[in-house]
Design a protein around this ligand. Structure first.
Ligand code: SF4
Length: 385
């Protein structure tokens, strides 16, 4: 099989659907940004995987009280590993050590979902015996596996493939379960999550044509609560999307939209949200937190006090024009380090200021904010011509 130049995964598909430019920028080897939500998610996922693969062969079947300390020790190891990765990521806010408590709760929620699926009866974590956990492990067909379509174009990382049991614990099918460590949906599953879950289901059926009945579920650890994804196959749509996702030299089109842009980590390289905001396509920046493109007029490296002039967008290629509006900003913590770095670098010109708190004067930037050189990629593509 020839390996295709690009592959579609559920997350790249979501990126592409929400904004093709966001997907394109994510493939430009730009400095990545770490976030606590992803760190918590990975630490919990990896801990669940380890708990599923735990070697218990030499342990006494009746032993109880082992599960909570074992789960905690495994999480601690993964937490330290993820912290190192987080701090080694080029763009990262301050690491919140206290979030391990949330990660721990989510891990316990995930293990409860596995216990409930294994139908071993209602049992407290501290009372789960080695024999009962072996029964749980027996229901796990795969913990973390890669699914790849026969043509190699589609791929996805599956969290859990477990047996579905009836009330007498007889296997009646498979459940492809995606562990979700984020917020629970308030109504049903979001369309994007339903599509992702059905993608795993359909890929599994493509790879295993003789599989028993397969159900796709989102396992929300925060509940813990299970949501079922139902509906037709999504594979034809996935192949269609794959066609448009080839990485071209020219940037793919932008789709500035409130939801897509709000947490987009590539704003400092994307002129389109800025142009759209200047021209009324996106709402004006007036909430508690705002993003701006500005020229730094004065910067006191010792105190973090800055005076900046806010800019407006001239065109969709990254051109800027002065707005005449000057604002004082105090930078602290992480944002002060970044401001110093940008000011001491070779960069001349505008800066991107992400997540400025603007409910008081002067405005404030801190560990939650970001200071980056404004380097819209369209401009650099145009300059290369
Ligand atoms: S900032 Fe908005 S328009 Fe630009 S890439 Fe991100 S989502 Fe797309």
């Amino acid at each position: 099989m020839t390996v295709p130049a690009h592959q579609l995964s559920p997350s790249s598909w979501n990126n592409y659907e929400s904004c093709p430019r966001k997907y394109w920028l994510s493939r430009q080897r730009l400095p990545r940004k770490a976030g606590m939500a992803a760190t918590i998610g990975t630490a919990v996922h990896d801990s669940v995987e380890d708990m599923c693969n735990l070697d218990l062969s030499s342990r006494d079947a009746d032993e109880v009280g082992w599960l909570p300390p074992t789960a905690k020790a495994i999480l601690d190891l993964h937490w330290d590993k993820e912290k190192e990765i987080f701090l080694g990521t080029p763009r990262h806010p301050a690491f919140k050590d206290g979030e391990i408590i949330r990660a721990h709760d989510l891990l316990i929620g995930s293990l409860n979902l596995l216990i409930s699926n294994a139908k071993i009866g209602k049992v407290r974590m501290s009372e789960v015996s080695i024999a009962q956990w072996r029964m749980v492990q027996d229901t796990v067909l795969a913990a973390e596996g890669t699914l790849r379509s026969s043509c190699g174009r589609l791929m996805g990382r599956l969290d859990l493939l477990v047996k579905e049991l009836d009330e007498d614990r007889n296997p009646v099918g498979w459940i492809v379960a995606d562990l979700k460590t984020g917020k629970m949906p308030t109504g049903g599953l979001y369309d994007t999550v339903s599509r992702q879950l059905r993608f795993y289901r359909d890929m599994l059926l493509e790879i295993n044509p003789n599989a028993p009945k397969v159900r796709a579920q989102g396992w929300y650890s925060a509940g813990p609560k299970v949501y079922e994804a139902e509906g037709p196959s999504v594979l034809d749509d996935a192949f269609r999307a794959w066609e448009g996702m080839a990485i071209t030299k020219e940037p793919l089109e932008a789709n500035p939209d409130e939801d897509a842009c709000r947490f987009c980590e590539w704003k400092a390289w994307c002129p389109s949200w800025f142009y759209s905001r200047t021209n009324g396509g996106l709402p004006p920046s007036e909430g508690l937190f705002r993003d701006e493109v500005a020229i730094v007029l004065q910067f006191d490296s010792a105190s973090g006090a800055c005076m900046v002039e806010l800019l407006s967008s001239k065109d969709e290629e990254g051109g800027i024009i002065p707005s005449g509006r000057t604002i004082g900003i105090i930078c602290k913590g992480q944002s002060l380090d970044q401001m110093r770095e940008v000011m001491e670098s070779d960069h001349r010109g505008a800066v991107f200021l992400g997540s400025i708190r603007s409910n008081s004067r002067p405005w404030a930037m801190g560990d939650w904010s970001e200071v980056l050189p404004w380097t819209p990629l369209l401009e650099s593509v145009r300059d290369r011509k």
